[in-house]
Design a protein around this ligand. Sequence first.
Ligand code: VGL
Ligand code: ZN
Length: 218
Amino acid sequence: MPMHGLYQALPEYHTCRKAPAMTHALLVIDVQNDFCPGGALAVTNGDGIVKGINALMPDFGAVILTQDWHPAGHSSFATSHDADPMSVIQMPYGAQVLWPDHCIIGTHGAAFHSDLNINAADLILRKGYNPKIDSYSAFFENDQQTPTGLMGYLQTRGIDTLTLVGLATDFCVNYSAVDAAKLGFNVTVRMDLCRAIDFDGSLDAAVEGMKAAGVDVG
Ligand code: VGL
Ligand code: ZN
């Protein structure tokens, strides 16, 4: 059969952007106002990654955004323990850094950065809504057992490869990347599109931990 019709009528077809692999998802971690300059838990230059993340979105078969989403009085807040922010306490599930109040459900601080292209998201996954357990990872709460449901979502969509970007490199990106690798996904963290809190050596430790877990820290 001679080839005619649609493809011949569109000679530029072969030169347009490569079709994204449907098995490869972009996981955008916590690009929210409270993690950007002026926010309650501001990460230096946190807003500097937004344009680059938007530009990357069309290259993926799925775009997933996570949103840190805490009830007021959350157990990860220093104010809930009369303690100093950035101090560490023991919770039933292990050590927990105590943070300034941040990403409280429904507040401006919990909203995505206004330039982030949220319309491109297939899924918005919220985490940290359990008052008694923090959730850095997009896959499991900080007890490392309670699932968020993301693994099932990815598996049922046939996604086996993840690229991670977002905030903060050393906490939510790190925990999400390590869990993803442990679950068997091929994982890359685009360090140029992440920014870190970098407190008490946390960034170096995170990079070492991600590498040890088999994450491509690019
Ligand atoms: C995060 C600390 C507390 C993060 C969230 O997105 O990395 N860090 N909650
Ligand atoms: Zn949080």
